[in-house]
Structures are given as structure tokens and as C-alpha cells.
Design a protein around this ligand. Structure first.
Ligand SMILES: [Zn+2]
Length: 342
């Protein structure tokens, strides 16, 4: 992992040394289980063009890779840039990412993606530019640290509240990668013997706050006879899943089941984030992700309140801030990977 830290650490060095070529553009891709978000980004972090596409549900890794290539092409068009003029493309990917080998394995939110797959090499063939890979959540945390809400701080945790609950850690201005699996705040335990998590264990934060777990719980509650508009809103919007937008609409209508489940999610996030802060004593927690971004500051405030009973140093809480780069944070962060390899 030291190699990874060196790469990430070189981002600022590269930017300083080549700061004269300010018009150079890079591609960044946030590869998610639901959507592929691509952006073409200038050196200063300004997004020049973007495109998004739903993540294919079949076709395996080859199909997903083709969809990524198409989305990057579209983003380059939107930026008015020729693809072959990009310095490189970075991809923030879920699953077990080997940055050095350029491979991804065990990406369980992606179709048939268990085996190790050479994503960097295949995508580079399709695009004709160098491709670098990173962990999706860590690159989003790095983006907030360098360009977003994390700029004032030397230590922080990023908490990405979406389909799952991901986390990234920065300590003393450096990403903390542990042995390669740090930041899994979604699998910290908020209730011993509690609800079953997607990871198979019991009582994880993600089992209460992850959108996939909340949807599964909502479906079970409907089967038990509880009433909710969640699934009507989903159908009306032509969605197949309870997206962040669907949850938002249901909350605005005071849907009791949605309000109940999101309330549990906020409590779980408060306990999980406060516990992480008790351990690391970081200056700030940055809350992003699909749900975090969509629900915004009012819910960040609720999370601040939910942390209070669990904070050991309760007279001096950390800053808890909404991620500034929003939906594009993952793609912008991924573009920083391309910079570090250029
Ligand atoms: Zn878990």
C-alpha cells in the first residue's frame, strides 16, 4: 500500500511542476452500481464537460468497460475536447482495486464481476489514452480534501451515504489506507446482533443507512402490511429502485415509513461517525454520497445532533460538513488519479 500512498502523494507535486500547462484536461470516471459518471476536468478541478449513463446490468465486465468508454467519449464531446488530447483517464471503482496492476475484482454491485479483471488495460485500449484506477470512496475523499469541503483541514473522514455507506480517511494530510481496506465505516457495528448487512454480518451501520438495505427493509415492511408511497413514487419516476430522489420526495410528503427508516439511518450514522471520531479525533467529517448530497444540509444537521450523545469529547465536536463537490466528487477525484500517473 505504500506504493499507492506515494502515487497519491505525488498528485500535488505533479500539479506544481506542470502548473504551466493549465489548459491540460483529464478524464475522471465514478463507476457505481447504478450509474457511470464521467467528467472532463481541468487542472484546477473545474469540470469542463460531463456525461452519465446507467451501469449495464448484464454483459459482464466487458459490457461495463464499453459503457465507461462511451460515457467518457460523451463527456469529452461535451467539453469540446478531442479524446486523444486528454492527459489520461482515472477511474474510481468499487470492489477490490489493485492500483498497480490496474485490476478490479469482487465488485459485487457490478454484473458478473467476481474474478480479477484488467479494467485499466481494456479501457486504455478502447480510449487510446492512459488509464489509472483507484478505490471509488478514497478518490472521492481525496477530492473533498484537495478541492472541496475538506480543504481547511489536515485530518478528516469522508462518509459517503448512498447505496452503501463508504468511508475514506485522511490523517496528517495523507490518505490513510491501512492494509488496503481502511475506511469501511459502513461495517462498523452500531447494534450488536442487529439487522443483517449486505456483507452478511449483523448490526453494521450500512444495514441501517445503506440505500440498498433500506429498500430491502421497506419491501419487507410493505409485505407486513405497512403503508408507504415509496414504491408508487418509484414507479411514477420510471425507476426500478428506490433512488435518492425517490426517498427525498417521500420524505417531503411526510411518508411515515420513509421517515421512520431515514430516522433510523440518521441515528446509525450518528453512532458510527461519532465512534470513528472517538477513535481518530479527526478535525472534520465530510458527508457526501447520493443520499447525503440529495438530502443536503438539513440532514447533515440531523447527523450532527445524532452524533452528540456518542461523542466522548462532547464539548469540542468535529466539524461535520456537506461534501462540496456533490454528485461529481467521485469523477473529479478520479481525474486526480490520471494526474498522478501523467
Ligand atoms: Zn456489513
Amino acid at each position: 500500500m505504500s506504493a499507492v500512498r506515494r502515487e497519491t502523494g505525488s498528485v500535488s507535486a505533479v500539479r506544481r511542476e506542470t502548473g504551466s500547462a493549465i489548459d491540460a484536461l483529464r478524464g475522471g470516471v465514478d463507476l457505481g452500481g447504478t450509474k457511470i459518471q464521467a467528467a472532463v476536468v481541468a487542472r484546477d478541478g473545474e469540470v469542463k464537460g460531463e456525461a452519465r449513463a446507467p451501469t449495464p446490468r448484464d454483459g459482464g465486465p466487458d459490457g461495463v468497460t464499453q459503457a465507461i468508454a462511451d460515457t467518457v467519449r460523451e463527456a469529452a464531446e461535451a467539453a469540446g475536447a478531442r479524446l486523444d488530447t486528454l492527459e489520461g483517464v482515472g477511474v474510481g471503482s468499487p470492489g477490490a482495486v489493485d492500483e498497480e496492476a490496474g485490476t478490479v475484482a469482487e465488485a459485487r454491485n457490478l454484473p458478473d464481476w467476481e474474478e480479477e479483471y484488467p479494467l485499466a488495460a481494456r479501457l486504455a485500449e478502447l480510449l487510446g489514452v492512459p488509464v489509472a484506477l483507484g478505490n471509488d470512496v478514497q478518490v472521492a475523499t481525496q477530492a473533498e480534501f484537495e478541492l472541496g469541503s475538506g480543504r481547511p483541514y489536515h485530518s478528516l473522514i469522508g462518509v459517503f451515504w448512498g447505496t452503501g455507506v463508504g468511508g475514506g480517511i485522511v490523517l496528517d494530510d495523507e490518505p490513510w489506507l491501512g492494509r488496503g481496506a481502511s475506511g469501511e465505516i459502513g461495517h462498523t457495528v452500531v447494534k450488536i446482533g442487529g439487522r443483517r448487512c449486505g456483507c452478511g454480518r449483523l448490526g453494521c451501520l450500512e444495514a441501517y443507512a445503506g440505500r440498498a438495505s433500506m429498500e430491502a427493509k421497506a419491501r419487507r415492511m410493505v409485505e407486513e402490511g405497512h403503508k408507504t408511497e415509496l414504491f408508487e413514487i418509484m414507479a411514477k419516476r420510471g425507476r426500478e429502485r428506490l433512488t435518492s430522489g425517490v426517498w427525498d420526495r417521500a420524505l417531503r410528503r411526510d411518508d411515515p415509513l420513509a421517515t421512520h427508516l431515514i430516522g433510523q439511518a440518521v441515528e446509525a450514522l450518528g453512532a458510527g461517525i461519532a465512534s470513528a471520531v472517538n477513535l481518530l479525533d479527526v478535525e472534520a467529517a465530510i458527508v457526501g454520497g447520493g443520499l447525503g448530497t440529495r438530502l443536503g444540509e438539513p440532514y447533515v444537521e440531523r447527523i450532527r445532533q445524532a452524533m452528540k450523545p456518542h461523542l466522548f469529547k462532547d464539548g469540542d465536536p468535529p466539524a461535520v460538513e456537506l461534501a462540496a463537490l456533490g454528485d461529481l466528487g467521485g469523477a473529479i477525484g478520479a481525474s486526480l488519479l490520471a494526474a498522478s500517473r501523467a
